[in-house]
Structure formats: C-alpha cells, structure tokens
Design a protein around this ligand. Structure first.
Ligand SMILES: Nc1nc2c(ncn2[C@@H]2O[C@H](COP(=O)(O)OP(=O)(O)OP(=O)(O)O)[C@@H](O)[C@H]2O)c(=O)[nH]1
Length: 221
C-alpha cells in the first residue's frame, strides 16, 4: 500500500473502558458515541462496542473503537482478552462511590498485566465520573490527582449525564496515543461544544419525542 493510500484511511484505535459496575462506563460510551444518556441502569453483561469517528488537529481522522467492559467481568477469565492490545484505557470511577475509586488499583493492575508482554503500553486516563453530583462527592480531588501523578495517568473529570468534558476525555486519549498536541483553544472548544449540548439536553427531557438537536461536536476545527 502506498503512503498516500495509507494516509487516506482512518486510523482505528482500540479504547477500553473499565471500572466497577454502575460507575457509568456504558453511559460515558453512549454519551460519546451517540450523544444520548439513559437514567435507567442496565448492567452490561460481558462487553459492548461503540464506534465513533473524530477529527484531530491536522485533518487527522480517527475511528475510536470503544470497548465498554461490564464491571462484573473483574473476576472472569475473559477480561485479559478484552483489555489486550488496547491503545487507550479509561479507568472510570464514580466520584460519589469511594469503593469504586479504591477498586481502581485492581482494574489498573489487570490492565498492566494483560499488556505486560506488549512492546507498546496503552495510554491510560483516570476518569472521575458523575461530577453533576458534586454535592455527593466522597472521593477528594487530591486523591484523584495523586493517583494520576503516581502512575502517570491523564486526569479527567466528566459527567456522562450532562455531557461535561466527555468528548474531551476521549479526544485527549486519542491525541496522546497519536502524539498529537491539542492546544488550549482546541481543548476549550471541545469543552464549550459539550456545554452547549447540556442546554439542549435539558430541553430534550421535557419533550422526549423531539429529536435532539444535532450537536456540532464533529466540527472540531
Ligand atoms: N447522576 C449521574 N448518573 C450517572 C452518570 N453516569 C451514569 N449514571 C447513572 O449510573 C447508573 C449506572 O450507569 P452505567 O453506565 O450503566 O454503569 P456501568 O459502569 O456501565 O455499569 P456495568 O454495566 O455494571 O459495568 C445508571 O443509572 C446511570 O444513569 C453521571 O454522570 N451522573
């Protein structure tokens, strides 16, 4: 394949989302890939897949293959296989559930173990989800930051419910994997677009039959 043919194809990145049951992994993936959120909890059995194409600076199109791993797989035999070969990993916990933060040690160890024989290690990001429930927070932000510093992780706080910083957290991981630098303006733009989505979201809940307004999230540059 010539260079130009190769360039014209999207790169595919495997992004694995792990963490305790009910911390919001499916909600995060659904918010990112489908711009939707469901209040009802439906446990993921095994895993689910989502695909989403994004653009990074420099006209770089990337398709993210999001592997949403059920929280109950932690004791199972398949987990290693799901995590193997990931380019990026989102370690998700619920900021209102201290246990979900403590259990990240186990999730992180499994991720490292599954990839220990690979030449390239995945880019890992620590995601504190449910920041819309700030008043119920039980995991202090400095604990989160310390975990990131000690393990060289990308730090991110999000809300799958409101959409706050959800696009940005996937975008940052993809950019880091591909060695693309996001400048301040690009980061702010992603955040701003997501915030615009929040306003639309609350209107949608009032009139559920109305199609959600198209987000301009895909128009990043
Ligand atoms: N308030 C709030 N609730 C959330 C948020 N994200 C998820 N939830 C709720 O938390 C519950 C669990 O969310 P899921 O996305 O199903 O959790 P999960 O981590 O995929 O769970 P497993 O499938 O068991 O691994 C659901 O009731 C969601 O509506 C958030 O950002 N804020």
């Amino acid at each position: 394949m010539s260079d130009s043919e190769e360039d014209s194809q999207d790169r595919q990145l495997k992004i694995v989302v792990v963490g305790d049951g009910a911390c919001g992994k499916t909600s995060l993936a659904t918010r990112f890939a489908q711009e939707a959120f469901g209040k009802q909890y439906k446990q993921t059995i095994g895993l689910d897949f989502f695909l989403k194409r994004i653009s990074l600076p420099g006209n770089l199109n990337v398709t993210l293959q999001v592997w949403d791993i059920g929280g109950q797989t932690i004791g199972g035999k398949m987990l290693d296989k799901y995590v193997y070969g990931a380019h990026g990993v989102l370690l998700v916990y619920d900021i209102t559930n201290y246990q979900s933060f403590e259990n990240l040690e186990d999730w992180f160890s499994l991720v490292k173990k599954a990839n220990e024989e690979n030449d390239i290690q995945p880019v890992v990001s620590l995601i504190g989800n449910k920041v819309d429930l700030e008043h119920m927070r039980t995991v202090k932000a400095d604990k989160h930051q310390r975990f990131c510093q000690e393990n060289s992780l990308i730090s991110q706080f999000v809300s799958a419910k409101t959409g706050d910083s959800v696009f940005l957290c996937f975008q940052r991981v993809a950019a880091e994997i591909l060695g693309v630098k996001l400048n301040k303006a690009e980061i702010e733009q992603s955040q701003r677009v997501v915030k615009a989505d929040i306003v639309n979201y609350s209107q949608d809940t009032v009139a559920r039959t109305v199609n959600p307004p198209r987000s301009s999230m895909c128009v990043l540059q």
